[in-house]
Design a protein around this ligand. Sequence first.
Ligand SMILES: O=C(O)[C@H](O)[C@@H](O)[C@H](O)[C@H](O)COP(=O)(O)O
Length: 236
Amino acid sequence: MTKEFLCNDRESLYLKVTKRCALQLTRGVEKQGRASMVVPGGTTPAPVFEKLSHMSLLWHNILVAPSDERWIETTHEQSNQWLIQQKLLVNNAREARLMPLKNEAKTPAEGEAQSELSISELPQPFDVTLLGMGKDGHFASLFPGAQQIGEAMDPAQTKKCIGINAQGCPVAGEYTQRMSLTLPALLHSQLIILLITGKEKLEVLRGAGGEKDVLKQPISALLNQRQTPVEVYWAE
Ligand SMILES: O=C(O)[C@H](O)[C@@H](O)[C@H](O)[C@H](O)COP(=O)(O)O
């Protein structure tokens, strides 16, 4: 159930994704009085966060959570919570409520229960889950080769949050100790929007459709499932 929207340029890409997220959130608040949005970190989403922050939505009825988090201080500029607070929860969107993944636990594994409590505050299924994708086919912090990738991608997994040790995963960069929503948790969404840019990521995406080994190519699990609508938005 994947639809692709190939945009002519990044500005129209960001606008399209912003409007799609705003529509989902508005529908959610209209239907149940509250709405929830899960958002990624990384370098791609900031222009969408910025546009979304200016939208006139009922933000005081909207709850936001990261799809994943680096296990570092939330005041660190590489923290996803920091990115969300600086770029999304400002302007009109400052009234939205952030449910963090990061907590005081020393390690993500020790922090799982508290992260789970935080996420459970969001109306579920999530009204909209915005995700990015790495060139290795990861999304959230579900990195191929990560120690817990099997547990995190298991359709029978009942945990919503899982500590991820991404040591040895080149795309994870410096911050390898992560908390991530699991595949089942992310699929428990009304809509998943995958926001990617550049030719290389589009090639990875196109190649993943035929990949049966989700541990090797996690994004293939999103593309080959029929539970949750997935909309892919791309520009060069
Ligand atoms: O914590 C993170 O980094 C994100 O949640 C991650 O899943 C991101 O979406 C991809 O790594 C793509 O990152 P870019 O947008 O920087 O390419």
